[in-house]
Ligand binder design. Structure first.
Ligand SMILES: Cc1cc2nc3c(=O)[nH]c(=O)nc-3n(C[C@H](O)[C@H](O)[C@H](O)COP(=O)(O)OP(=O)(O)OC[C@H]3O[C@@H](n4cnc5c(N)ncnc54)[C@H](O)[C@@H]3O)c2cc1C
Length: 275
């Protein structure tokens, strides 16, 4: 029976988040916290694999106490167990320290039930680095497969899986030994509405929450701000595009408006003898 662990992160909804114009940082209070969209696809894929091959789906997050909500969302999608590491010692972590702390939590989960497969999202919509998944794989000394758009088959007994990795001009078919870590693309699946029994279970569900003292063999110098060599030297918000015309209405009206603009341009070019 497979044991799949999906690593998930709660993020601010960057579609509606506001930037603080003075500090050029995200005003996190201005947007609701959601499950990182790529991670929802990772959890959905884990649930589909469970339906196909049998097994257990666990989710793991490192975050502040409100991140429990993101775990509950994963239970709604169909995850069986949720684990969270939360402690002031983890605060200020860069991707290196984040992957270190998550690896220690994965070691603990593996002692409860050996892990066959770890799924991550391709990236988060707030940090955007895509480094945490490969960072975990490197620390666990297991193969990382990024940009996975399809899992063809998983053969736990034979110890391998086959996936499709997205390339710029197509995809490649890769076979890897198990256990391994996959970072998944959004196109790997569609996340459907959650069935009512899952929603009811999620409402009551309380994940296992561990502090740093609950983890084994932790080198505290590798945690949080202390363990984070990354320095963000400056941050700025990209300039909003100037000019242009915003086309109002539904798709039909917008296409009509666009054709009107193109016709005007065409007439202008013809008048200049350029077309
Ligand atoms: C110097 C520095 C200080 C920082 N201080 C803070 C801070 O104080 N507070 C703060 O919130 N952020 C802080 N950050 C941001 C923090 O480093 C990132 O949020 C975190 O490392 C994840 O990186 P990412 O968002 O780029 O994830 P990516 O690498 O883009 O994520 C890829 C995948 O990894 C998994 N993943 C990522 N993060 C987690 C997680 N936390 N738990 C479980 N799975 C995860 C998910 O599957 C995700 O889809 C800091 C960053 C730097 C550089």
């Amino acid at each position: 029976m497979l044991h799949i662990v999906a690593c998930i992160k709660q993020v601010p909804d960057t579609k509606i988040i506001k930037m603080n114009p003075k500090t050029n940082t995200m005003d996190r209070a201005s947007a609701p916290a959601i499950l990182n969209p790529y991670d929802a696809h990772a959890v959905e894929e884990a649930v589909r694999l469970k339906a196909k091959y049998g097994g257990t789906v666990s989710v793991l997050t490192m975050g502040p106490p409100p991140a429990v909500k993101a775990i509950k969302k994963c239970i709604e999608i169909g995850a069986d167990e949720g684990y969270m590491i939360s402690d002031r010692a983890f605060a200020g972590a860069d991707t290196l320290a984040t992957s270190y702390a998550l690896t220690k939590a994965l070691d603990k989960i593996a002692k409860l039930r050996p892990i066959d497969l770890i799924l991550c999202g391709k990236m988060t919509i707030d940090g955007d680095t895509g480094q945490v998944g490969p960072g975990i794989a490197r620390r666990l000394d297991i193969p990382p497969l990024t940009s996975v758009k399809k899992i063809v088959e998983v053969r736990r007994e034979q110890g391998y899986l086959i996936v499709h990795r997205k390339l710029e001009d197509g995809y490649e078919v890769v076979r890897s030994t198990l256990p391994c870590l996959l970072s998944v693309e959004k196109e790997i699946n569609e996340v459907p509405y959650s069935p009512l029994p899952n929603v009811l279970r999620a409402a009551r569900y309380q994940p296992q929450i561990w502090s740093v003292g609950d983890l084994d063999d932790v080198d505290r110098t590798q945690l949080g701000l202390k363990g984070s060599p990354t320095i963000v030297s400056s941050v700025w918000a990209p300039q909003k595009p100037q000019g242009g015309t915003i086309l109002e209405g539904g798709p039909k009206e917008q296409v009509k408006g666009l054709l009107g603009i193109l016709m005007e341009k065409k007439e202008l070019f013809q008048a200049r003898g350029e077309a």
